[in-house]
Design a protein around this ligand. Structure first.
Ligand code: SF4
Length: 356
């Protein structure tokens, strides 16, 4: 225990001198800490900062977020990706506000019951907001621990994760779990980086087994993941004189709750007839005025998907005011910029005059 306390003390005193000043570190408000943690999942600090400030300005407390319109929350999230985070964020805000009387859960176990909150986020909120002794293990911490203890086990295997959890808990400072957690994550972000770690200026190099054994570049070990699957999407963009027909993604999947267009998926090189038939199948009332014309093509990467997307423009007669079937909605040109859309659709919209 003396050994691990030394590590933690060294980490904390280094952190106090070198930490970056970040707004979510200046608060003990569990709402703001939760918000920052959800935003920072799979997001770089620089990018997350803008979204964090936007969210705390627009929704300064859980009541503001719970009473917001889902469409607005999704719009404010736009560009961050992983939209299930935004949907969970909104669902959790409503749950806390309506079912828990606006009181954030105060224990690790109850935090874990919140949608979108896993062991890492629960430990982060529990320690940062309430100083509870729960150790965080994110990618940065896993890398630091695997080098500190020179672990041969892959950090993304079940056994590896179990071992990391127990080492992280053992290392945790009993009186300052908040500072300890921040410090070890900061070390991973600033010094013990994936490539070229700065061992020469590392506050825990005297304790680091990988450094002593010359295995730093071999740590952490990881099990190779399967390659991203290919996904081809042909979007049909129906434009009339007053606006564009969008489709709302109501069902599950990565883009649930966002708007895109009627599409043909995983069909390689569909013919013009096939596209027009698809449009007619979804929107029989719409009168088509022109053949599909390709206006934009791009590649887009999601975590497990490699997307080849093509956007096809089709002119249609005016449908403004008429009811549309198939989750479709007519959107006047001037309202397009307010729609929540995926980063992929946004890439296309940027090529049109509709966002100006
Ligand atoms: Fe990481 Fe090097 Fe510090 Fe070890 S000595 S924890 S490898 S930066």
């Amino acid at each position: 225990m003396l050994y691990t306390m030394n590590v933690s003390d060294d980490l904390i005193s280094w952190y106090m001198d070198h930490k970056r000043s970040l707004p979510w570190r200046e608060t003990r408000d569990p709402y703001r800490i939760w918000l920052s943690e959800i935003i920072l999942q799979q997001t770089r600090v620089e990018q997350g900062m803008m979204y964090y400030l936007r969210f705390v300005n627009t929704y300064p407390n859980i009541g503001f977020l719970a009473r917001a319109k889902e469409e607005d929350v999704m719009k404010n999230w736009q560009g961050l990706g992983y939209y299930s985070r935004a949907r969970n964020l909104f669902a959790t805000a409503k749950y806390i506000y309506h079912d828990l009387g606006g009181e954030f859960p105060r224990s690790y176990d109850n935090l874990l019951k919140l949608k979108g909150v896993g062991p890492y986020t629960a430990a982060a909120i529990a320690s940062f907001a309430y100083k509870l002794p729960h150790a965080v293990v994110d990618g940065n911490v896993a890398r630091v621990l695997s080098r500190l203890f020179d672990l041969e086990l892959p950090i993304n295997s079940a056994e590896g994760k179990k071992l990391l959890d127990s080492l992280a808990a053992e290392l945790l400072h009993p009186e300052h779990p908040d500072l300890h957690n921040q410090a070890i994550m900061e070390l991973g972000a600033l010094v013990c980086t994936p490539q070229s770690p700065g061992c020469g200026k590392c506050p825990v190099r005297m304790h680091c087994m990988a450094q002593q054994r010359g295995t730093v570049t071999m740590r952490p070990q990881k099990v190779k993941k399967s390659k991203a699957k290919a996904w081809s999407i042909h979007y049909m963009v129906l434009e009339s004189e007053e606006g564009v027909i969008f489709r709302f993604r109501k069902k599950g999947g990565v883009w649930k709750g966002l708007f895109d267009f009627i599409s043909l998926e995983d069909v390689s090189e569909p013919s013009a007839e096939m596209m027009l038939e698809t449009v007619k199948g979804v929107l029989p009332q719409v009168e088509i005025k022109s053949a599909p014309r390709q206006v934009y093509a791009t590649r887009h990467l999601l975590t497990h998907r490699k997307i080849e997307a093509e956007f096809w423009h089709i002119s249609v007669t005016s449908v403004n005011g008429g009811a549309l079937s198939g989750d479709c909605r007519f959107v006047p040109f001037e309202d397009i910029k307010a729609l929540p859309v995926s980063r992929l659709v946004h890439k296309y919209l940027e090529k049109t005059p509709w966002l100006e």
